[in-house]
Design a protein around this ligand. Structure first.
Ligand code: PGA
Length: 279
């Protein structure tokens, strides 16, 4: 009798601990994203066509970031399609409202159906002179507006050749995440030399850098860094997606050029969806 009570308790403890370990395991599993950055491309007709053709997947989070003018139509098209696709802006201002001609606030993006927003893309850093301080203000505003910021960081070719990659990434990360007390953000490592050039980073190099980024993130936000999705961006396409998806610290891709074609983008979604099932 005593023995059966003992084994009962042992089984109970094993069950309880096993279950709670299982839950912990689930919590530390990172979300996989395949995100389209259309930049300044597509009109209304092309947008409608894209959403007709695109398939989605339950196994990865698919997010489309069209130009601002196409956000609301895209939202309606996604709703109509019934597909599990998220919507994101390509930019946001840092103020709630006011005399800022040409800008949009976080609540405006939410209003037209966005849940995400890209912040700190290298094209905005280059052409609109956005610096780390401004990126930080936008990230804080996005989080306050209940949007998930997709924060882009990455070194230029000159910085890479001068062996400054790590130092640039630390500065951009610390700058973007200053005063942030939330872990509701996504990071995208986008080496500037790989964007739109057809010359992606190798998956091995990207993995090495993603692991480095996570180690820096740990110093900034502690153990929560393990739960943050870090995406690779820069000439990612349906042909190299499998290499990236095989890497433990690459939790998806931010895709420019190859996201404009529904078939190519579908190909990338499928690769990551399969990767999820295999892991
Ligand atoms: P690309 O762009 O895939 O065309 O290189 C990526 C990005 O800028 O996000």
């Amino acid at each position: 009798m005593e023995q059966s009570i003992e084994s009962y308790i042992k089984n109970l403890v094993r069950d309880v601990i096993g279950q709670s370990l299982g839950e912990l395991q689930l919590q530390s599993d990172r979300q996989t994203y395949v995100i389209a950055n259309w930049k300044m491309n597509k009109n209304l007709n092309e947008t409608a066509e894209f959403f007709q053709k695109i398939n989605s997947s339950q196994d990865v989070s698919v997010v489309i970031c069209p130009p601002a003018q196409l956000l609301y139509p895209a939202h309606l098209l996604i709703k109509q399609s019934g597909k599990p696709i998220g919507l994101g802006g390509q930019n946001v201002h840092w103020a709630d409202k006011g005399a800022y001609t040409g800008e949009s606030s976080g609540s405006m993006l939410r209003d037209v159906g966005c849940e995400y927003v890209i912040i700190g893309h290298s094209e905005r850093r280059q052409y609109s002179y956005e610096d780390d301080e401004l990126v930080n203000k936008k990230v804080l505003h996005a989080i306050k507006s209940e949007l998930t910021p997709i924060i882009c960081i990455g070194e230029t070719l000159g910085q890479k050749n001068a062996l400054q990659t790590e130092q640039v990434l630390v500065k951009q990360l610390e700058g973007a995440l200053k005063d942030i007390d939330s872990s509701h953000f996504i990071l995208a490592y986008e080496p500037v030399w790989a964007i739109g050039t057809g010359q992606s980073a190798t998956a091995e190099l990207a993995q090495q850098i993603h692991a480095y980024i996570r180690s820096i993130l740990k110093k900034i936000i502690g153990e929560k860094a393990d739960g943050i999705s870090i995406l690779y961006g820069g000439s990612a396409n349906e042909h190299n997606a499998a290499d990236f998806s095989a890497m433990p610290d690459i939790d998806g891709v931010l895709v420019g050029g190859a996201s404009l074609n529904a078939q190519s983008f579908d190909g990338i979604i499928n690769v990551f969806a399969k990767g999820e099932q295999n892991s």
